[in-house]
Design a protein around this ligand. Structure first.
Ligand SMILES: [Mg+2]
Length: 382
């Protein structure tokens, strides 16, 4: 079998799909996007397609290595997201060729279903208590919320109190044992992160996410020492080498590599194994589309340390289109009691609605995250 074509499509709300065609008629789909830089990643995939046309799609590890090593420059969000989408599409082809889900080709599953959580509250969280209760009534056992809005390096205790009130509202609405994940979103700097982490302890959160940015990964240990709450991070790390430094720095309990940013299934499977060796849990980042989600579930299926999966149904970013719009086999993505079944279809597990993808890509989206500023006019982390 040989690769005969590589196509990229930008589709709403903010995603990028890759389609790899073969001379045997098997087609693989991947999701290659870096939110806010979708057309840059699509251009990168097109550039990489010079290495793909005519290659044997079954040799995933070799193709991955060519894309990573042979281009001399490596790593970072753009290159690794392009590789990620291509890698997912190649696994999709391999699974379809052998008529089996991808996880069967990676040793088989070590669980029957995967726990998932739901987002509440949006960019500027309000009414999270009611929203979380709604998710709980729908069967979810955990939600994630943004902790704060803009927060300066040294900011007011009023904003700290507002965070505590919101988290307290979820605890009151959903009970003592409901999972509450709190995403600092890299908005918080070390001085305030330490205060917030310590004060949030009384609400027993499931984890604190990106308490500071990974540029400051040496500070996770200090923040972890302030509180008895698991620390999660990793959505802005892109390779096993990035994660190696994270494990060396210490202080992190849960890693959140993104299957569409960190080199795809091939690389994240390796990163997951590195985490397992450090007794660190895996909770793949996935505020993206159906192919990214199904790819995550393939890795979750075979990773002992996978604890919970992010998914973007109902997330505030999904405007105009949502996850299942592009999926023909919607029944495979049903959430029951806060869990999703492992994918059952051959390949990644998504029967893509190609007609809709083509229709959407006629007017490519230009999604960008907002630029936030503090009251003094300086740029705030979003
Ligand atoms: Mg996050």
């Amino acid at each position: 079998m040989r690769i005969s074509g590589v196509n990229t499509y930008l589709v709403r709300p903010r995603w990028g799909f890759v389609e790899i065609q073969t001379d045997e008629g098997i087609v693989g789909w991947g999701e290659a996007v870096l939110e806010g830089h979708a057309s840059t990643v699509a251009a990168c995939v097109e550039e990489m397609s010079d290495y793909l046309i005519g290659a044997d799609p079954m040799k995933i590890e070799d193709i991955w290595t060519v894309l990573y090593r042979a281009g001399f420059y490596r790593g970072g969000g753009v290159l690794m997201s392009a590789i990620a989408g291509i890698d997912q599409a190649l696994w999709d082809i391999k699974g379809k060729h052998f008529q089996t889900p991808v996880y069967e080709l990676m040793g088989g599953s070590c669980r029957d279903r995967m726990r998932v959580y739901s987002w509440v509250g949006g960019d500027r969280p309000t009414d999270v208590g009611a929203a979380a209760k709604e998710r709980m009534d729908a069967g979810f056992t955990a939600v994630k919320m943004n902790a704060t809005e803009e927060l300066q390096m040294i900011d007011s205790y009023e904003k700290i109190d507002q965070v505590l009130e919101r988290v307290g509202a979820i605890r009151d609405a959903c009970g003592k044992y409901f999972g509450i994940a709190i995403d600092f979103h890299g908005r918080v700097h070390k001085p305030m992160a330490k205060i917030l982490a310590k004060k949030l302890e009384e609400y027993d959160p499931m984890f604190l996410e990106e308490p500071v940015l990974c540029e400051h990964m040496e500070n996770f240990k200090e923040i972890a020492a302030c509180c008895n709450i698991p620390i999660a991070t990793g959505e802005r790390l892109f390779t096993k080498y990035d994660f190696k430094r994270l494990f060396e720095a210490g202080g992190v309990d849960i890693i959140q590599p993104d299957l569409s940013h960190a080199g795809g299934i091939t690389e994240v499977k390796k990163i997951a194994a590195m985490a397992e060796a450090h007794d660190v849990a895996l909770a793949p980042h996935c505020p993206l589309g159906p192919i990214a989600l199904a790819s995550c579930l393939q890795v979750d299926a075979t990773s002992y340390n996978a604890v919970i999966q992010e998914q973007s149904m109902g997330i505030h970013y999904n405007v105009g289109k949502t996850v299942l719009d592009y999926v023909k086999n919607k029944e495979d993505f049903e959430f029951i009691d806060g869990y999703v079944k492992l994918p059952v279809k051959p390949g990644i597990g998504v029967e893509v609605n190609r007609e809709l993808v083509l229709e959407e890509s006629v007017c490519p989206h230009k999604w960008k995250n907002p630029v936030w500023r503090h009251k003094d006019g300086s740029v705030a982390e979003w």
